[in-house]
Write a protein that binds this ligand. Structure first.
Ligand code: ZN
Length: 287
């Protein structure tokens, strides 16, 4: 081979060797710098190992993107759904509410809790933190007290409103009357003043929205097994909005929830929590 050609080959070889070495050094340097940054972030904040100067931004971005994707999927499902199911739970928190929250979490279902003075604050906080609607049922659930006068009703409502606000920081304006707006039990205590006719008007005048239901699981009545609660709910669901009444203080009712969710998922129903934009599904007032 020509001497000049061999020399050129040698030059090319040396140059590429140098470039390779330079590339490896640069790669190692970047690696060292990045890991130094991670260690620095960790020692400074004392938090997770993944902590680094740009990690919170990436995590925030990923979380937001995740939420957007889920919201879009939910909206698409909603548009194609046979019906919407608003699972609502009255009279809690109770001994079975945490188990219920576990099931709702497993299926990523959001529900509504009409709470009372019962149970631990932590359970109400969990309901709120996990994206459910915390709404007001009654403080005492004592028909004789709340339905004996307008003043009693509103004093009781204020008490449960304060409890929820202290726990969640939010003043709820969504309520459900003990016994529903159609109850006749109030006739025993109201001294023939037709208190439900007055209350249904007055709560709205005070900025509240009251919700009844159009699917009764009957778990406060004759349904006393999870099989009957399950059958009552799924047989009463219809196209359109379904506000389902259950009680999270009844173990057999809570036990039925997983099957109800599975049936709804298999039959193209979607779940929503109640909000101020939801259908209120009012009963006729009987007193
Ligand atoms: Zn109740």
């Amino acid at each position: 081979m020509d001497m000049r050609v061999r020399k050129r080959h040698l030059h090319i070889f040396i140059l590429s060797a140098l470039l390779t070495v330079f590339g490896v050094v640069l790669f190692v340097l970047i690696g060292i710098l990045m890991s130094a940054d991670i260690v620095y972030g960790q020692s400074k904040t004392g938090v997770e190992v993944s902590e680094c100067s740009f990690c919170p931004e990436i995590e925030e971005f990923a979380k937001k993107e995740d939420e957007e994707i889920r919201a879009a999927e939910h909206a698409e499902k909603l548009a194609k759904a046979t019906g919407v199911v608003y699972l609502t739970y009255d009279d809690g928190p109770g001994d079975y509410t945490n188990a219920l929250l576990d099931v709702l979490k497993k299926y990523d279902v959001k529900a509504t809790f009409f709470v009372t003075s019962r149970g631990a604050d932590d359970v109400i906080r969990r309901e709120y933190d996990e994206g459910h609607t915390v709404a007001l049922h009654t403080w005492s659930h004592n028909y004789a007290y709340v339905y004996s006068s307008m003043a009693n009703y509103f004093a009781d409502l204020q008490q449960i409103s304060d409890r929820v606000k202290n726990i969640t920081g939010v003043e709820s304006k969504l309520i459900r009357f003990p016994g529903g707006s159609s109850n006749t039990v109030s006739t025993r205590y109201d001294g023939r003043t037709r208190i439900m006719s007055k209350l249904t008007r007055e709560v709205e005048a005070r900025g509240y929205q009251y919700f009844d239901w159009n699917v009764d699981s009957d778990d406060a009545g004759r349904a006393n097994s999870s099989d009957v609660v399950y059958a009552n709910v799924i047989n009463r669901l219809k196209p359109g909005p379904n506000v389902v009444l259950q009680h999270d203080i009844k173990p057999y009712s809570v036990e039925a929830v997983e099957r109800i969710i599975q049936w709804c998922n298999d039959n193209n129903y979607v779940f929503e929590p109640l909000t101020s934009d939801s259908p209120t599904v009012h009963h006729g007032v009987n007193n």
